[in-house]
Write a protein that binds this ligand. Structure first.
Ligand code: MRU
Length: 350
């Protein structure tokens, strides 16, 4: 295990390149994808070679740095860098961390020369990566305060070191529980259509010998009905000021199931995932992906060719169904509106 608490780093920068652990190939192959331009990074984000809200924010910041290297001799350097940020931002629409990170990066180079901007963009991306690991460790430890006794939890998608700078958000809380001997077992939803739970979360948990079992998404209700789940802990891609939360498709169904079974439902997310411009879930753009992802599992066709399919990558869970948010600044409990409006200020200061 390395210093960031990861089994393998998902994001690593080099002299003139960004290296991304290519999550499309996990768990079969752990190889690194080399990115040398904004286009390389945008493509990696679009195709989910790098994924997870905090991770795509960090990758986006490095993408802007890589592009600034290529643009260094352009007379309209500043304009071109802004254009590049806009293109990167469009690579995936739902996770607000991407536009948040790019906005911060542009602010960091305001009024600087090309050479100074290049240095500042690299320094910003490095800082964002290091700060994210620390944020997740703090957030993970805040999560402990919710669980006085050992628990079995259910999680969805991948929110671990692969989805962040390191340690993870929801999986960070689970890591902290395991470290403190407060974790009985983790139930891992497979997370159709792209299997982030089965491929990525299971891979991370296995490397650390965390007690865990994989289930198909359709089994969550049955497992809850057996009384095996004490809490659901998931991450977020964008949180509106009333607490409505966009996360991986299937999260909303889990919240409904948890409510029916009287199981607390927690969202673990850094402040960078709160969107101060979104009043409610209606303001959150939900990405729709290629229907082909529904017609296939791991590249294998499972339905008639071109059979119509619908493929939203995220859903929005109403704030009213969320028991609490676990953030690096502590636990936020309902009613959310006032607290989240207050958080808006701290987030904008970062
Ligand atoms: O489509 P993905 O794999 O990028 O979706 C990721 C999720 O929905 C995660 O739960 C979210 O980004 C939080 S990651 C700490």
């Amino acid at each position: 295990m390395n210093s960031s608490g990861n089994v393998m780093e998902a994001i690593r920068s080099g002299q003139n390149a960004l290296y991304l652990l290519d999550q499309r190939h996990l768990p079969d192959r752990a190889d690194y994808l080399t990115c040398r331009s904004e286009e390389d990074v945008a493509d990696a984000i679009r195709t989910l070679a790098v994924r997870g809200a905090p991770a795509i924010g960090i990758a986006g910041a490095y993408g802007l740095w890589l592009e600034s290297l290529r643009l260094r001799d352009m007379p309209d350097f500043e304009y071109q860098v802004h254009q590049s940020a806009q293109r990167l931002e469009r690579s995936r629409p739902t996770a607000v961390n991407l536009s948040w990170a790019l906005g911060k990066a542009l602010k960091a180079i305001n009024g600087l020369s090309a050479e100074a901007s290049i240095l500042a963009l690299k320094a910003f991306a490095d800082k964002l990566l290091a700060a994210d690991i620390q944020t997740n460790r703090t957030l993970g430890d805040w999560g402990l305060s919710l669980f006085p006794e050992a628990v079995s939890v259910l999680t969805h998608c991948n929110t671990g070191s692969l989805a962040t700078g390191g340690y993870g958000t929801a999986l960070g809380v689970i890591r902290s529980l395991f470290r403190e001997h407060k974790l009985r077992e983790v139930f891992v939803d497979e997370t159709r259509p792209l299997l982030q739970g089965a491929r990525l979360t299971a891979w991370e948990l296995q490397q650390e010998d965390t007690p865990a079992r994989l289930i198909a998404d359709s089994m969550a209700a049955a497992v809850m009905a057996k009384g095996w789940i004490n809490a659901v802990i998931v991450g977020a891609d964008r949180i509106a000021l009333n607490g409505d939360t966009a996360n991986k498709i299937g999260t909303y169904s889990l919240a409904i199931l948890a409510q029916y079974h009287h199981i607390p439902f927690y969202i673990a997310a850094p402040l960078s995932t709160f969107d101060s411009n979104a009043l409610s879930g209606a303001d959150i753009p939900v990405e729709e992906r290629d229907p082909e992802e529904i017609r296939r599992i791991n590249g294998q066709t499972i339905s008639p060719t071109r059979f119509p399919a619908y493929n939203p990558a995220f859903d929005v869970t109403p704030g009213a169904m969320i028991s609490a948010f676990i953030t690096e600044q502590g636990i936020i409990k309902p009613p959310y509106e006032q607290v989240l409006a207050h958080i808006k200020e701290s987030r904008d200061d970062m």
